[in-house]
Ligand binder design. Structure first.
Ligand SMILES: Cc1cc2nc3c(=O)[nH]c(=O)nc-3n(C[C@H](O)[C@H](O)[C@H](O)COP(=O)(O)OP(=O)(O)OC[C@H]3O[C@@H](n4cnc5c(N)ncnc54)[C@H](O)[C@@H]3O)c2cc1C
Length: 372
């Protein structure tokens, strides 16, 4: 993209990244260490770019979705570090801003500056797609809650400083009713975390265990027993992010199409890559259509895009692995190898493909709802 075509926001971010990235590299190199990643969030926060989608009044830039997508391209172009504060900036922070107390809203500045890194403790061993079936219980006491139970698949749970936790506070109420959302520092006594090691050797997830963990009443986010509604706000913000990851995938497919590896590849492989590219163009079109439908929040087609994106991501990872070929085996293409191992998880994260199909059937096609 030429500078003339850049939106004002993207142009500003480009110049900010041109200023802060050399200093970041000088200090950390290409390090993917946790401290380097949180430091990058601090650098962004200091430059006023900690969470560009937030309203200006709470420290954001008030960017709409098209500008956010343009800024994503700038982060990719600058080869900026992974954004570890993303659960705080995209999900938990906006929820605190919407329903939090003034005391809780003090976390917003800490999120912007990378001082608080949030994770989301929702899924349990027997409650994933059926989240409302969760059993971690928070007994209500005079001054707070006593929490017992277990969470699983908590992204960045090993390193995060805080967790938004969904618990059952009224065991007698109907499934979606007696739940509450709690804001919990990860060093609270009674909370232990255990790494879940993945096939790629990393431990991106943690299991969280709560053994008579006390949290004060001030930790309650939103009204008591209204945690389902509060959490759906959070997940709504998460799904809005699907447009951003879809745009990122389209960019990767396009760059594969321009690679020398592909130019040198046999015709059959070039045909496969073209097939993947044509789907990427469809995904790009779906994203543009979603943008045209709404400039704010999740669109009617977001489930469709999530489904299409996650399957195309797995297909791209396989084609790209064949395109880089011997380099993958020789360990010269760590990104391609990592994508091959991890891309299938997108079909599960943030709602499985089957759940997306149910949503598309019910919301987009008007089919009867499945019994709950
Ligand atoms: C990369 C990644 C990151 C994640 N990060 C987090 C996180 O930060 N915090 C967190 O709390 N959780 C996180 N999760 C967990 C994720 O939310 C759950 O894995 C997901 O909701 C599915 O739940 P489950 O694993 O229990 O599978 P289940 O819900 O048990 O599903 C098992 C199978 O049954 C199918 N199925 C279930 N219900 C239906 C239905 N009604 N109709 C048709 N088929 C159905 C599913 O599609 C799936 O194939 C993450 C998962 C991944 C992969």
């Amino acid at each position: 993209m030429s500078t003339e075509l850049l939106s004002l926001a993207a142009a500003e971010l480009r110049s900010v990244l041109e200023r802060i990235m050399p200093a970041h590299h000088a200090k950390w190199g290409d390090s993917d260490e946790w401290e380097a990643l949180t430091d990058f969030q601090r650098e962004l926060g200091t430059a006023g770019w900690g969470a560009s989608s937030w309203p200006v009044e709470i420290g954001g830039k008030g960017l709409d979705v098209p500008d956010q997508l343009a800024c994503d391209e700038e982060f990719a172009r600058a080869k900026a570090p992974r954004r570890v504060a993303v659960f705080g900036t995209n999900n938990v922070g906006p929820t605190i801003a919407a329903v939090g107390t003034s005391e809780q809203k003090k976390s917003l500045q800490a999120i912007l500056m990378g001082d608080e890194i949030w994770c989301q403790g929702f899924s349990e061993p027997d409650a994933g797609s059926d989240l409302a079936g969760l059993r971690t219980k928070a007994d209500v006491t005079d001054d707070g809650f006593i929490v017992n139970g277990q969470k699983v698949w908590t992204s960045i749970g090993l390193n995060a400083t805080h967790c938004m936790l969904l618990c059952r506070t009224d065991p007698d109420a109907m499934k979606h009713k007696g739940l509450s959302a709690l804001l919990v520092p990860m060093d609270t006594p009674g909370l232990t975390r255990r790494a879940i090691k993945q096939i790629n050797g990393e431990a991106e997830f943690a299991e969280l265990f709560f053994d008579n963990m006390f949290v004060p009443r001030t930790a309650l986010l939103g009204p008591l027993h209204e945690g389902w509604r509060v959490t759906m706000t959070t997940l709504g913000f998460e799904r809005a992010g699907v447009l951003s990851v879809a745009g990122n995938l389209v960019g990767k497919v396009k760059s594969m199409m321009h690679s020398q590896h592909l130019a040198d590849a046999p015709a059959a492989l070039r045909d496969r890559a073209l097939h993947t590219y044509s789907k990427a163009l469809i995904l790009e079109w779906m994203g543009q259509r979603a943008l045209a439908e709404t400039t704010d929040g999740p669109s009617a087609v977001s489930s469709l895009i999530k489904l299409f994106w996650s399957h195309l991501g797995a297909e791209y990872a396989e084609v790209n692995a064949d395109v880089v070929g011997i380099g993958l085996i020789a360990g010269l293409e760590p990104d391609a190898a990592n994508e091959l191992l991890t891309s299938r998880s997108s079909k599960i994260a943030g709602g499985t493909s089957e759940v997306m199909k149910n949503l598309i059937g019910e919301r987009n096609l008007g089919l009867p709802r499945e019994p709950r």
